[in-house]
Design a protein around this ligand. Structure first.
Ligand code: MCA
Ligand code: AMP
Length: 492
């Protein structure tokens, strides 16, 4: 079972696959098949074999798509990294995953050279142009059969301990998700997806690429999201997907009208809660009810509001085909309809576990094989899932996850800081914003600009607190635990 082989069944050779914003065909399906074959050949010549791990930290480009497909064909485990990650963060990933090769941009090469002596470091654009020159017939890598359980990709997701964990996604997991989403969203060859998401997360990588590929549809490929550009291009597309921040920003565009959305079949939102107000405002302005869905790095997509049938505002919809979803109460029993609890999921889409963390399996999964998501929700009597909070201490800012513990560890390492607490507070654009509460050492003259400056060298800029407050002490309960709910109340 090979995801590439499975996707290829949907390819239509003569059809445009990647299209530029001004409608030029960048690659047809035949082109992408040929080129990814050449790159797979080149990677094999460099000694990469099925099961080898490859790091990819590059700006969004069409070449990344080629590389991704080449890796799928050859069974190389694709490990994408957020382009904002800095040396301090990359250090951990490199030591943890020990990739055979790092593929990056010219600007990042030095950083990786300082981080690893054991991995080859290649520039993506050079890799592609060398492969193009090969001009040898591509090997039929897609005919290689791997076990469906073989790893196709590994994506890091931060943990409540502050240390990221590599979620291993198998070929079988990704195939299952592409199939259930094709069905749920009625995806077809006639679809044109306007792709503006980053390409290093499940949302932009697997949902945004595998679905069109599996169905021979075209992608209008933008390097990044810009609400103005998106609204201008919407008339050329049939599907748009994004995080809630995209929809909030699109709503402020005057050019967003019922007319500009005439060709759109479905707008999809996920990765963070879509505010009911955004759902209603978007419907009023465009006539479209956004389809909200629920996913995770570890599971791909689990639930979606239906294409036909009731789309409930505030709900992430019904379980996708082949996915079981239930809630478990604090007292440990399976919730009845409407009763809140931690959401657990099971299905072919759910990963088998984290890299090098087999010993935690019993904590991450229930005895009957459901993954404990750390999300809190309730399922109504019609089977619709409503997410109502999170058991895990996590902030989602503009669709990007920030784990407070990771930031607290960084902040507490500064000599000027006695202790800190990081919380999420509502933000009109990002949904939630990162806020740091600091208890400074008495003699320190630490202020917000100084703190932000110190953090900038250490962590990706989207994690940097938007607000900083200085307190004399942090509120604690009788067990000594910081009461973040009190901080949130005080500061909202
Ligand atoms: C950028 N900045 C942010 C964020 N993005 N700050 C907080 N939260 C953010 N999300 C900061 C930058 O660090 C920078 O700070 C400043 O804003 C300008 O950066 P720029 O890149 O120009 O910002 P932007 O273009 O306005 O980006 C905002 C964005 C982007 C378009 C909302 O963050 C985005 O595309 N988010 C989508 C993320 C995503 O794909 N999530 C899916 C993962 P400074 O100026 O200080 O340096 S979740 C997933 O895959 C699961 C499975 C699921 O369910 O989908
Ligand atoms: P990630 O670790 O980046 O895969 O993020 C997964 C988390 O995003 C989930 O566990 C949820 O907490 C959150 N999430 C994804 N989709 C939605 C949604 N539609 N509404 C609310 N939260 C969501």
């Amino acid at each position: 079972m090979n995801l590439y082989k499975n996707l290829k069944e949907g390819f239509v050779d003569s059809k445009p696959f990647l299209v530029s914003p001004n409608s030029e065909v960048i690659y047809s399906y035949a082109d992408i098949d040929h080129l990814s074959g050449l790159v797979a050949t080149h990677l094999a010549e460099r000694g990469l074999v099925s099961g080898d791990r490859i790091f990819v930290q590059v700006e969004k480009s069409v070449n990344v798509v080629v590389l991704y497909l080449a890796c799928l064909r050859s069974g190389i485990v694709y490990i994408p990294l957020n382009t904002q990650y800095l040396k301090h963060e990359l250090e951990f990933f490199t030591a943890d995953a020990r990739p055979k090769i790092v593929i990056t941009d010219k600007e990042r090469k030095n950083t990786f050279e300082r981080l690893t002596k054991t991995s080859d470091i290649l520039i993506l654009d050079e890799l592609i142009s060398i492969s193009e020159k090969l001009k040898i017939p591509e090997l039929n890598y897609e005919l290689d059969e791997f076990s469906g359980d073989a790893a196709a990709a590994m994506l890091y997701t931060s943990g409540t301990t502050g240390k990221p964990k590599g979620a291993i996604l198998s070929h079988k997991n990704l195939i299952a998700n592409a199939q259930s989403l094709t069905h749920a969203w009625n995806w077809s060859q006639d679809d044109v997806l306007l792709h503006t998401l980053p390409i290093f997360h499940v949302h932009g990588l697997f949902v945004g690429l595998n679905l069109p590929l599996a169905n021979g549809s075209s992608i209008i490929y933008l390097d990044k999201f810009s609400s103005q550009q998106v609204v201008n291009i919407l008339p050329k597309a049939t599907v748009f997907m994004g995080v809630p921040t995209y929809y909030v920003r699109m709503l402020s565009e005057r050019a967003l009208t019922k007319d500009s959305c005439k060709s759109i079949r479905v707008f999809i939102s996920g990765s963070a809660p879509l505010q009911e107000q955004t759902f209603r405002d978007f419907k009023k302005k465009t006539g479209h009810e956004i389809v909200e869905r629920y996913g995770m790095t570890e599971t791909g997509m689990n639930a979606s509001n239906p294409l036909q049938g009731l789309r409930k505002p505030g709900s992430v919809g019904l379980p996708l085909e082949g996915v079981q979803i239930r809630a478990r109460t604090d007292s440990g029993h399976i919730s009845k309809a409407g009763e809140p609890g931690e959401i657990e999921v099971k299905g072919q889409n759910v990963f088998a576990g984290y890299w090098n963390r087999e010993e935690y399996r019993s904590r991450d999964f229930t005895e009957d094989g459901f993954f404990r998501t750390g999300d809190l929700g309730r399922i109504d009597s019609e089977g619709y899932l409503f997410l109502i909070g999170r058991k895990k201490d996590l902030i989602i800012s503009g669709g990007l996850n920030v784990f407070p513990k990771e930031l607290e560890l960084v902040i507490d390492s500064f000599t000027e800081v006695k202790e800190s607490a990081v919380i999420g507070l509502p933000h009109p654009d990002f949904g939630e914003q990162v806020v740091a509460v600091i208890v400074a050492e008495e003699t320190s003259r630490l202020d917000k600009p100084m703190l932000i400056n110190k953090m900038r060298n250490k962590i990706a800029s989207f994690k940097i607190p938007k607000e900083v407050y200085f307190f004399d002490e942090l509120p604690r309960n009788t067990m000594g635990k910081v009461q973040k709910n009190i901080l949130r109340k005080k500061l909202s």
